[in-house]
Design a protein around this ligand. Structure first.
Ligand code: MG
Length: 333
């Protein structure tokens, strides 16, 4: 039996143009929703990882041929998918998410319950401030009143000025994400200054493939260093384990919830901190990821908060703390 998969591309409009160190500012992002037998998943592909909504649509079509009627056996289904097509992890993630949603609905339980997790143990999510003029970033920080933790994008010649300007308007905890922009030496110098301003952690200071560079930064910095672009899947973790303090897991990088769970366990076995992050995506993808957060130290699940036309509702916030829906499956409406 051939399983029917339908997919639909949607434009998510951003509340503010969004900019990070390596990319020009965007006004909208495209995502793709995938439905399999009543379960629904989302892919928010990133060009940085070689995917677009078009590549996801065609990968999903190819991967549909690997699906048979045993959709409940997600471990086997995903192993079959892995052997059908290389990479294309955003596409695989959408399928994995749809299968989990389908199974949860079929069994009448939310995803967190499927995994035996305590929904009270979710962390607060951070709220991201994209790159802009320091004064504009400070204004955005003021508007982010509802969120108790800020994640600030850096990677410019004005990094210290930006954080100093933000500190004039807020004393909230700040995570910094340089998105690979710094050299190792520059990172050490900047982190020394950023620590004076009460920054709590640094995400991906340097180039993704330069593990020695990350190790140098870690050994010469007092703040925790979290790898993001350097780590996609569980197999990437052992080589990085001595070079960073933690990893940022994203469903579109790793290929879905099953692989994300594997990454959490591998990271813990190496004594690493775990963050779960996101792309700019709707409440569907954000809620799916949120179900894993009772297992992590940091959540950066704000993609749905940055858009104006979210087609779904799901996870909500209580003073920044993630509140999981207790409806079956992912639990979105
Ligand atoms: Mg990042």
């Amino acid at each position: 039996m051939k399983v029917k998969i339908t997919s639909k591309i949607t434009k998510l409009q951003l509340n503010h143009p969004f900019k990070i160190s390596r990319r020009a500012s965007d006004a909208y992002r495209e995502v793709i929703f995938v439905e399999i037998d009543g379960g629904i998943g989302e892919a928010a592909p990133a060009k940085f990882y070689g995917e677009t909504v078009q590549t996801v649509a065609s990968a999903v079509e190819t991967l549909a041929s690997a699906l048979d009627e045993n959709l409940d056996e997600i471990q086997d289904v995903m192993a079959g998918i892995e052997s059908t097509l290389d990479a294309n992890y955003a596409a695989k993630s959408a399928i994995d998410m749809a299968l989990h949603d389908r199974l949860g609905k079929k069994l009448g339980v939310p995803l967190y319950k499927l995994w035996g997790l305590n929904p009270q143990k979710t962390p607060c999510t951070s709220f991201t401030i994209g790159l802009d003029e320091p004064a504009v970033m400070a204004e955005k920080a003021l508007q982010a009143e509802a969120y108790p933790i800020l994640k600030v994008k850096l990677g410019t010649p004005r990094d210290i000025e930006i954080i100093r300007t933000l500190r004039n308007v807020t004393d909230k905890p700040i995570y910094v994400d340089a998105n690979t922009a710094w050299t190792p030496k520059e990172a050490v110098d900047k982190i020394r200054e950023l620590a004076q301003y009460g920054v709590e952690l640094i995400e991906q200071p340097t180039k993704p493939d330069d593990i020695n560079g990350l190790r140098f930064v870690r050994e010469n910095s007092e703040l925790p260093i979290i790898a993001d672009e350097s780590v996609k899947r569980a197999g990437d973790i052992p080589a990085l384990a001595e070079a960073v303090d933690g990893i940022n897991i994203k469903l579109v990088k790793c290929g879905g919830l099953l692989e994300a769970l594997r990454m959490i366990h591998v990271a813990r076995a190496h004594g690493l901190l775990v963050m779960i992050g996101c792309m700019i995506e709707s409440s569907l993808g954000i809620t799916a990821a949120a179900h894993l957060t009772p297992l992590v130290d940091y959540a950066d699940l704000d993609g749905n908060l940055l858009i104006s036309n979210d087609p779904y509702t799901g996870v909500t916030l209580d003073n920044g703390k993630l509140i999981l829906p207790d409806r079956p499956g992912i639990g979105i409406l």
